[in-house]
Each structure stands twice: as C-alpha cells, then as structure tokens.
Design a protein around this ligand. Structure first.
Ligand code: FMN
Length: 195
C-alpha cells in the first residue's frame, strides 16, 4: 500500500500554529505519511510586521513554506488544519482559503478526506473549541471523515484536555500549556485512521 498523503494546512501570524504544524509534520512522517506542509495566503499588509517582532520573525522563519492551493486538498488522503482563534472563530485567512474551494467541492474532489483540526488562542478559554468546531462544520459540508483526538492518549490531558483537537495557549515565549505531545499524537492518529 502506498503511503498516506497528508496535507498540513495552517495559518499563523506570530508562529504558534507554524510550530504546531511542524511538530505534526515530524510525527506524521515518523508514522509513514508523505506530508505537504502549506501555509494559507496572508491577507494582511505585511508591512505591519515592522512594528511586531513576533510577526517579523514568523515571516522570516516561514519564507520557504509554499502557499496552500486546491491541489493540496485534492492530492491528500488526510488533511490537518491549524488556525489561530480570532474573536472566537478561525482566522479569516483560513476561512478565505476554505471558501475558495467551491470548485473542487462541487466536482466531488473534497469528499471522504480524513481531517482533524488544531488551534491556539491567547487565553485558556478564549474560544479555541469554537474555532475547531467551525473548521469541522466546513468539513461536514465537504463530506469529510472527522478524526477528533478524543481522550485517546495521556498527552491530551497534559495539554489541557481538549478532545476536539489540540489547542495551545499562546504566550510571547511559546505556549503556556504542554501541547507538543498532543500535537504529535493527533497527527499520528490522523495518519493511522487514514491508513
Ligand atoms: C484580531 C485578533 C483576535 C483575537 N481573538 C482572540 C480570541 O477571541 N480569544 C483569544 O484567546 N485570543 C485571541 N487572539 C489571540 C490569538 O489567538 C493569538 O495571537 C494566536 O493564537 C497566535 O497564533 P499564531 O502565533 O499562530 O498567529 C486574537 C488575536 C487577534 C490579532
């Protein structure tokens, strides 16, 4: 059997979801997947990064990451999304990418993908679960097979116990909660499900 093809599609402004996506990529490759790591298109004027060191660092760190296209969805057996929480919902950049998929969706090219989602927010209860649900709602419209993380590993409890998907509490230094293990577990679990 050929390897599971996994696209990890994320948005990040200050690097947290990029870090999560990178941990997920490592874990998915260790589980035998062929992985495409892709960022969605930035809609903000990046000139603003000169006043935001975290943003400037992220732009530099991610400059070689390719921008996600419809083909990254069509190609994949499984897709892992990661998006910051913005006012209790997914960042608009991710929604813009999803809303751009009407063509392949109408041709049935997005059905039956194994999917899962992650998020981050500044606060412990800042709407992360809503963000993941919002992504999963779109996935139901696509006829995806949603793979929530559940309470399937101790790492989920260590990360704060979100069964819908791993969620990080973003700080300037990194994360206030211990999420690396849960991210890796979620990615591996998605690959195993797609297998
Ligand atoms: C416009 C805006 C809205 C935000 N809304 C929320 C929110 O509703 N709840 C929260 O806890 N954090 C909120 N945040 C903080 C972001 O979730 C946080 O910066 C993000 O998770 C960091 O991810 P990144 O480093 O990958 O960009 C908001 C940030 C911005 C810029």
């Amino acid at each position: 059997m050929s390897n599971v093809k996994l696209s990890i599609i994320y948005y990040s402004q200050t690097g947290h979801n990029f870090q999560m996506a990178q941990w997920a990529k490592e874990a998915a490759e260790a589980a035998g997947a062929e992985v495409r790591l892709r960022k969605v298109e930035e809609l903000l004027d990046t000139a603003g990064a000169k006043d935001n060191p975290g943003w400037a660092k992220y732009l530099e760190d991610s400059k070689d990451v390719e921008v996600a296209t419809s083909d990254d969805l069509i190609w994949a057996d499984a897709v892992l999304f990661s998006a910051p929480t913005r006012f209790g919902d997914m960042a608009a950049q991710m929604k813009f990418f999803l809303d751009g998929q009407g063509g392949p969706w109408s041709e049935g090219k997005l059905a039956n993908k194994y999917v899962s989602a992650m998020s981050s927010a500044q606060n412990n209860n800042g709407g992360q679960e809503q963000t993941i649900h919002a992504i999963y709602t779109v996935m139901m419209h696509w006829g995806a097979i949603i793979v929530p993380v559940g309470y399937t590993d101790d790492s989920v409890f260590a990360a704060g116990g979100n069964p819908y998907g791993t969620t990080g509490t973003a700080t300037r230094e990194g994360f206030a909660n211990d999420i690396e293990g849960a991210v890796r577990h979620q990615a591996k679990r998605l690959v195993e499900a797609a297998k």
